[in-house]
Design a protein around this ligand. Structure first.
Ligand SMILES: *[C@@H]1O[C@H](CO)[C@@H](O)[C@H](O)[C@H]1NC(C)=O
Ligand SMILES: *[C@@H]1O[C@H](CO)[C@@H](O)[C@H](O)[C@H]1NC(C)=O
Ligand SMILES: *[C@@H]1O[C@H](CO)[C@@H](O)[C@H](O)[C@H]1NC(C)=O
Ligand SMILES: *[C@@H]1O[C@H](CO)[C@@H](O)[C@H](O)[C@H]1NC(C)=O
Ligand SMILES: *[C@@H]1O[C@H](CO)[C@@H](O)[C@H](O)[C@H]1NC(C)=O
Length: 516
């Protein structure tokens, strides 16, 4: 009974997924880490300049230092839980902000995949679990091998419905949407006279049926030979529903071939295991690498800090053009550019019809430039937002946060999000900011006593290109973490919503922001 329920609900997804491009409705809102399989941290959302709290009360739980933020759609909001008992998921009702259920069968999971009917599929690297919209577990749970922990957040191919689990231990495991095992690949290799594994170092991204995985070679026996350590390789792997060759490596790109890494000196090579977070902690490891793919242009972007330990090597931004089923990538550009993270609006070119049905929006011209959306990056010191050309990676515009926000020592604390209200409208940037509160107006009482004593003030900020759209303080001056999920409400009278995860050393607070 439970199994058939799972199959039928997933068949429903597959049906939706298979109807050409209309399936993109399934990535409405922000139902996963990166908000889309492509990892672009983008969504379509209506946001005016007049915003306020969406719920009467925010949701409070224990602190999470490396929260990934939340995933959300019209049915549920799912965040990582941190309570005395609950370490799985905290699921909130978008209408009220009240907790609905806790997915605590999982322990410290990454962000899940959510489908439009409200099902939630999540993993902690030990189990793969599907929850019905009300939190009921769909049996059977799938027990994964030990090799999958720690893992990145789940991703999927919308084209085939295949779900991918990428382990930091060098393994890609795939499941069909009904939970049937599909295939697995281990990134073992013999490189430069040493056996080892290419370990994934960034959240994987998917376009069509192709998954892109950025890795770094790790010899089995850590010889600390400079020419082995830190070799970086991008894998493009096709996930197919064929009986044989279900996972096929389409191509690999070795970064060190074009850009030799400088020799290392006596770098003590630490294992990175045990950090299930999506990103390396900056102070420990330096900036984290990131990839994203624009499905409209088939451009693959790689934000590539030097390999671990090779601190003198340049931090580069790479742009590749791939083809559907291409067998090698075309290097389009490679430019020194230090970014802490990036995002770009990914257009749902096929979604216009659905858009029209849903909203009485008059500005529904499909932009010819929809595929040429800019790359938006946060500088390495997090004090600037950079607008970059998607064609050559050059800086088109540099936005100094202090000057545009009239703040002191302001830095970006969250992932950068790019939204648009329609396919062809300007980019709306959404992110968290922490600034010195020395210059803030103290005669105005803030909602909390806290902020007066603190030396920093935390905000959620929205810019339209380089113009301030709105700035609001976080309710209890907690820092904004991870991704800010956007929810596109389906009812005409409901305003779209943002869900913000904030945390300090004592508590985390999740709140909603909506347009008035
Ligand atoms: C790597 O492993 C293969 C297969 O086990 C073995 O034949 C080969 O000698 C190994 N190479 C090194 C350098 O250890
Ligand atoms: C790409 O490969 C898939 C699976 O083999 C196939 O179904 C599809 O038609 C191919 N697309 C193109 C454009 O070649
Ligand atoms: C910037 O902030 C300062 C201090 O709060 C204020 O005096 C000044 O008028 C502000 N400038 C602008 C352009 O808003
Ligand atoms: C600020 O708060 C204090 C006490 O909490 C109150 O006496 C004062 O009137 C408030 N000031 C303003 C401008 O609201
Ligand atoms: C402000 O904080 C102080 C010290 O923690 C506390 O004694 C006081 O009651 C608080 N005031 C308000 C209005 O919350």
């Amino acid at each position: 009974m439970a199994v058939s329920a799972m199959v039928s609900s997933l068949v429903l997804i597959s049906t939706v997924l298979c109807v050409g491009k209309v399936y993109t409705a399934s990535v409405d809102s922000c139902p996963m880490y990166g908000c889309r399989p492509s990892g672009t941290f983008s969504y379509t959302l209506e946001m005016t300049s007049n915003v306020g709290m969406a719920w009467p009360r925010s949701f409070i739980q224990g602190p999470l230092t490396n929260s990934l933020g939340c995933a959300a759609n019209n049915v549920n909001i799912v965040c990582q839980a941190k309570g005395l008992q609950h370490l799985g998921y905290t699921t909130l009702n978008p209408d009220t902000g009240m907790a609905c259920w806790y997915g605590d069968v999982l322990k410290k999971p990454t962000l899940p995949l959510m489908d439009i009917s409200g099902d939630v599929i999540g993993t902690d690297g030990h189990n793969l679990v599907m929850f019905e919209p009300d939190g009921k577990i769909v049996k059977p749970q799938i027990n994964l091998q030990d090799k999958l922990y720690p893992t990145y957040s789940l991703t999927l191919s919308e084209e085939t419905g295949i779900i991918a689990i990428v382990s930091r231990q060098g393994l890609l495991v795939t499941y069909e949407s009904n939970g049937v095992p599909h295939a697995a690949i281990q990134f073992r290799a013999e490189e430069q006279r040493s056996n080892g594994t290419f370990l994934p170092v960034a959240p994987p991204v998917v376009s069509g049926h192709r998954i892109y995985i950025l890795t770094e070679f790790r010899p089995d026996y850590d010889t600390q030979e400079p020419n082995i350590l830190g070799m970086q390789r991008l894998f493009a792997i096709d996930m197919k529903n064929a009986l044989d060759g279900r996972l096929e490596i389409a191509w690999v790109y070795n970064f060190e071939n074009l850009d030799p890494v400088l020799p290392l000196v006596g770098e003590n090579h630490q294992e990175k295991r045990g950090t299930p977070e999506e990103t390396r902690v900056d102070s420990t490891y330096g900036p984290a690498p990131q990839i994203m793919v624009n499905g409209n242009t088939n451009m693959v972007y790689v934000n590539l800090p030097p390999p671990e330990g090779a601190t003198n090597a340049p931090h580069l931004l790479w742009g590749f053009k791939d083809e559907v089923n291409g067998t090698s990538p075309n290097l389009i550009f490679k430019i020194p550019q230090s970014l802490s993270n990036f995002a770009m609006f990914e257009s749902n070119s096929g979604d216009i019809g659905a858009d029209k049905l849903k909203r009485k929006d008059n500005s529904l011209k499909l932009s010819k430039n929809a595929g040429e959306a800019s790359i938006w990056g946060v500088s390495i010191n997090k004090k600037q937002i950079l607008k970059l050309s998607p064609e050559d990676g050059t800086v088109v515009e540099q936005i100094n946060l202090d000057s545009v926000l009239n703040m002191t020592s302001s830095t970006v604390t969250s992932k950068l999000i790019v939204a648009r209200s329609s396919e062809s409208s300007p980019d709306i940037l959404i992110f968290g900011v922490q600034a010195s509160s020395a210059n803030t107006d103290d005669s105005k009482n803030s909602t909390n006593n806290n902020s007066k004593m603190a030396t920093t003030q935390n905000y959620v900020v929205s810019l339209i290109e380089k113009t301030v759209n709105w700035v609001i303080k976080t309710p209890n001056n907690r820092e904004v973490k991870g991704q800010i999920a956007g929810i596109r409400r389906s009812a005409v009278n409901e305003a779209d919503m943002l869900v913000v995860y904030t945390s300090d050393s004592e508590e985390s607070e999740i709140f909603g922001i909506t347009s008035y």
